[in-house]
Design a protein around this ligand. Structure first.
Ligand code: NAD
Ligand code: UFG
Length: 338
């Protein structure tokens, strides 16, 4: 029996593939390499210490998926594949709905045909929208999202809930990630964004290495301890371990469950800059600019449900996250092309 990981060559999928292998799961990876590279697959196989089966396949391709299910005995799917750039989703909404929502519906149909009815899905804290106060708890209302990317996550959670209601044999765990950063301790795999990064940590890393001149801090007039935005940063390896526990849980339970994966602690942009400088002894020049449209002041989790249900909690510190992000960046200045 094996676990299918969709999007397993991407940032979070590659780290999860390693931790799942370490935990004793047989895995099969699918990816279309839209936002990842064969070199990531090569390195994750090296770190896992085995020849993990791989299919270059798109989740919208039903025939390709059927082949994977017929050639392997898949008992659950850990579903990462999707597009994730918030800004791009505003200019290309149909691509996001087709890929993320259409692709997930297609995947579920093929899973049902193959009588595989267990899924761990990559959702996001973004489903909590603009109106809920932090700490964010799973039972808070979702859906007041401000961009098509976030809406795809909300819609998929709703669809998967309907699937579980219609057929009680289904199990779905919607994992709501907060802000994953950091990289594998080996420095061999990490986040490799295309072009200029949108997210804070890859941007800081590229400033520190001299590829970008300085960080723009988006607003210092929020109602936070230093005026800059506060987020719940979580080490990607802790996040990966959360998936292993969620999968263990999905093997023994039925129905749909939403679970936060965060640390429960918020750090501001200036806190992160300082933590990065301290951990790595490198300067990160920055300037304060205006707020980024769509940003909220504060977003952090109540992580207690994950601890209660899964027996999981994040263990790595902000210093670990900064150190590992920098090790990845400095060992691989051009990402997987280095
Ligand atoms: P990523 O882009 O690094 O990984 C996604 C992988 O899916 C890539 O390898 C890409 O090539 C593949 N893919 C995309 N569309 C596909 C398709 N149609 N068929 C097959 N493969 C496809 O992203 P990530 O940061 O690893 O995120 C993984 C998941 O977690 C995504 O669903 C993302 O929306 C979600 N998520 C990410 C974050 C974050 O901050 N990184 C936060 C919350 C949720
Ligand atoms: N920030 C800067 N400068 C930058 C980049 C970011 O000041 O160059 C700030 C932002 O304003 C925010 C914080 O750093 O206060 C974190 O920003 P990120 O872009 O790294 O992350 P977000 O919290 O905005 O977005 C993340 C994911 C999205 C997801 C969202 C909500 O990237 O996919 O969390 O869960 F939708």
């Amino acid at each position: 029996m094996a676990i299918l990981i969709t999007g397993g060559c991407g940032y979070i999928g590659s780290h999860t593939a390693i931790e799942m292998t370490k935990a004793g799961y047989e895995i099969v990876i699918l990816d279309n390499f839209y936002n990842s590279k064969p070199e990531a697959l090569r390195r994750l196989r090296e770190l896992a210490g085995r020849e993990i089966p791989f299919y270059k396949c798109d989740i919208r391709d039903a025939e390709g998926l059927r082949r994977i299910f017929s050639e392997n005995s898949i008992e659950a799917v850990v579903h990462f594949a999707g597009l994730k750039a918030v800004g791009e989703s505003v200019s290309k909404p149909l691509e996001y709905y087709e890929n993320n929502v259409g692709g997930t519906v297609n995947l579920c149909q093929v899973m049902a045909e193959a009588d595989c009815k267990r899924m761990v899905f990559s959702s996001s804290a973004t489903v909590y929208g603009m109106n809920n106060p932090s700490p964010l708890r799973e039972e808070m209302p979702t859906g007041a999202v401000t961009n098509p990317y976030g809406r795809t996550k909300y819609i998929i959670e709703e669809i998967l809930g309907d699937v579980c209601k219609a057929d009680p044999e289904w199990t779905v765990i919607n994992l709501r990630y907060f802000n994953p950063i950091g990289a594998h301790e080996s420095g061999r795999i990490g986040e490799d964004p295309n072009g200029i990064p949108n997210n804070l940590m890859p941007y800081i890393s590229q400033v520190a290495i001299g590829k970008l001149e300085k960080l723009s801090v988006f607003g210092n007039d929020y109602d936070t301890h230093d005026g800059t935005g506060v987020r719940d940063y979580i080490h990607v390896v802790d996040l990966a371990l959360g998936h292993v526990r969620a999968l263990d849980y999905a093997m023994k339970h039925k129905g749909a469950e939403a679970i936060n994966l965060g640390t429960g602690t918020g750090y501001s942009v200036l806190d992160i800059i300082k933590a990065f400088e301290d951990a790595n002894s490198v300067p990160v020049p920055y300037q304060i600019v205006g707020r980024r449209p769509g940003d909220i002041a504060v977003c952090y989790s109540d992580p207690s449900k994950a601890e209660r249900l899964l027996g999981w909690k994040a263990e790595r510190t902000i210093r670990d996250m900064c150190r590992d992000s920098w090790r990845w960046q400095s060992n691989n200045p051009n990402g997987f092309d280095s």
